[in-house]
Design a protein around this ligand. Sequence first.
Ligand SMILES: Nc1ncnc2c1ncn2[C@@H]1O[C@H](COP(=O)(O)OP(=O)(O)OP(=O)(O)O)[C@@H](O)[C@H]1O
Ligand SMILES: O=C(CO)[C@H](O)[C@H](O)COP(=O)(O)O
Length: 325
Amino acid sequence: MVGAAAKTVPMQQTRKHPVIIGIVGDSGAGKSTMAAGLAEVLGIERTLIICMDDYIKHDRRRRAELGVTAHNPAGNHIDILEQHVGLLRDGQPILKPVYNHQGGTLEPPEYVVPRQFIILEGLLGYSTPSLRDAYDLKIFLDPREQLRLRWKFQRDTTQGGYTVEQVMASLDRLNRDSVSNVLPQRGYADLVVNFYPPDDKPDEIASPLNVRHLLRPTLPQIDLTTLLELSPPRGLEMELARDVDGRPADALHIYGEIVGADSAAIEAHLWRSVANGSRDPSQPFPRLGAFCDGRSTVQHSPSLALSQLLLTQYLLTAALGTYAN
Ligand SMILES: Nc1ncnc2c1ncn2[C@@H]1O[C@H](COP(=O)(O)OP(=O)(O)OP(=O)(O)O)[C@@H](O)[C@H]1O
Ligand SMILES: O=C(CO)[C@H](O)[C@H](O)COP(=O)(O)O
């Protein structure tokens, strides 16, 4: 795929339907973090983020009574989500349910109109054929399991308001439902994003983390040659990898060590590809590469920023085929 002809769509170009990107992954896999940076690159004002947790059927207390988790389709209004995605894709407004993570309550619905770009992020976004058909690009976030668990603990025990014991107590049940319902959706993704710590810092959970993009054959082809040429050794590397089913697939590694001038040059190149003059990359983009650490302080990750820019380029290239001109 490296060196294949590349063509990207200008962001300001319009088409009849919104461009839709899916971000699916287990709890704490980094979906909201990834979505926030993507929206920053696409333009906050023209991007709608929908968190599929809003389609959870019961409040937290009732879920506990029924013994059903949000990781199970039975615990979600998947049929309403399908309807809503269809409406948004047709440019229609929806009355979206609202799930409040503070306290786990269901709130009054809100009126939502589609925007040029829609990011759908959640646990079960690829669980039905109709949902899978809706996306221009399907991403699955699959950080190394130890890393995901640490991210989840950190988030749940700080912003989530849970105690360590409460998170521990919920893990078995959630993991069982994830193994049955969430993880099998990895197979439907066009691109699998896999953050992992450097070999010499196996317990690292913040920056610098490495990331591998597994590029499936359903992805549009983009030219990575210039990026690889701009990269220093141990910056960006292509590898012929094996997918989980043993099939060969290209994989791009972005190493967390890539900082400073090298990272800035690659970011600038990607900005030129994705924004095509419609954004001014010298402006600050605070959500690009941003994540919250254990003290709820916002930090910057170069490998996350480069991932968000690359995913945007894949999205815009995927959408090109359906543009009117
Ligand atoms: N790329 C990253 N680098 C460093 N830390 C990250 C990254 N992505 C996520 N995190 C950490 O993991 C935590 C969980 O991430 P996030 O809330 O985005 O996950 P999520 O998949 O949306 O979770 P959930 O679906 O359970 O709400 C974040 O608060 C942050 O601390
Ligand atoms: O992982 C999750 C979403 O990805 C949670 O299971 C879901 O958000 C509901 O959890 P809570 O009861 O903590 O609000």
